[in-house]
Design a protein around this ligand. Structure first.
Ligand code: NAP
Length: 278
């Protein structure tokens, strides 16, 4: 790419029409007066390898990766960050100046940044964390919590075997609870995180019993449609500090934007406002 070429970035997945990333990156490009474009691309699995190989010759400096390619792209990268390798998935690809493709996963970073900005008193070492769910997002959250110093991470998932697999992966700081025991796992938890799709618009209701919730617990939900989910409302009513999931989406995007366009974007109220516009 020549020096005066406008850098291109984007997001690859399938389907892609629902992705909020083009709006976010487009807003930041405009806000900071940067030359660049961010493009959503619907790429089928069969075309993934070709697309990833071809994009730099078209002027792409990197792409975000979403469902269903987050795992497959690891096998296409020349280098993989430790955190992406630990999580087993990547969401941020960068074409480096030496032509090599680097894969990273910024979901855990986004999760922690969101918690820290939404609940500045949050202490990862304050006590056990409960993670509801054991899918792709849960992996990033668990890796981030363990990395931040949480000594015990409880996992409760509808399909217990997926929780057990995460214990085998992350080790004996993980305690697995049956899904019907999720309410018991809430007791004594200093941090509670919903990584399931329960409570999301159009999905099943969130019904985990929260009677055991301590008012000192910090409660966060990865679901951000609606912004205040049933979990967050019930936790707020119980006196807990709550943090919504929109900030995670915004914070996970900042490392890629900075690498591709050269400016670290700010996640502030204005960014949230823009993203909440229909
Ligand atoms: P995923 O890999 O498909 O995992 C989905 C999880 O939800 C699994 O643990 C699944 O349990 C559970 N689940 C689904 N339906 C359920 C039901 N009816 N009852 C109980 N559990 C149910 O998806 P993911 O990528 O981890 O994403 C999970 C959620 O996080 C989505 O809502 C996604 O939009 C959100 N997310 C938000 C951000 C953000 O930036 N805020 C980032 C990533 C993801 P089983 O294992 O039993 O199927």
């Amino acid at each position: 790419m020549s020096g005066d070429t406008i850098p291109l970035a984007g997001v690859i997945g399938s389907p892609i029409a629902h992705s909020r990333s083009p709006k976010l990156h487009g807003y930041w490009l405009e806000r900071y007066g940067l030359h660049g474009h961010y493009i959503p691309m619907d790429i089928a699995h069969a075309d993934l390898a070709n697309a990833v190989k071809t994009l730099p010759s078209l002027g792409f400096v990197g792409v975000n990766v979403t469902i269903p390619h987050k795992i497959s792209v690891l096998g296409l990268a020349d280098s993989v960050s430790d955190r992406a390798s630990l999580i087993g998935a990547a969401n941020t690809l960068t074409y480096q100046s030496d032509g090599k493709l680097h894969a990273d996963n910024t979901d855990g970073y986004g999760f922690l940044e969101n918690l820290r900005s939404g609940a500045p008193d949050w202490d990862p070492e304050a006590g056990p964390a409960l993670v509801l769910g054991a899918g792709g997002a849960a992996r990033a959250v668990i890796a981030a919590l363990l990395g931040a110093g949480t000594r015990e991470v409880r996992i409760s998932n509808r399909t217990r075997a997926r929780g057990d697999a995460l214990r085998a992966k992350f080790g004996n700081r993980i305690a697995v609870y049956d899904w019907v025991q999720a309410g018991n796992a809430v007791e004594g938890a200093a941090t509670v995180v919903n990584t399931t799709s329960l409570g999301m618009e159009g999905k099943a209701e969130f019904r985990v019993p929260l009677d055991g919730l301590d008012p000192s617990a910090i409660v966060t939900d990865l679901v951000y449609t609606p912004l205040e989910t049933t979990l967050l409302k019930r936790a707020r009513d119980a006196g807990c500090t709550t943090v919504d999931g929109l900030g995670m989406l915004l914070h996970q995007a900042t490392p890629g934007f900075e690498r591709w366009f050269g400016v670290k974007p700010e996640v502030d109220e204005e960014t949230r406002r823009v993203m909440l516009e229909p």
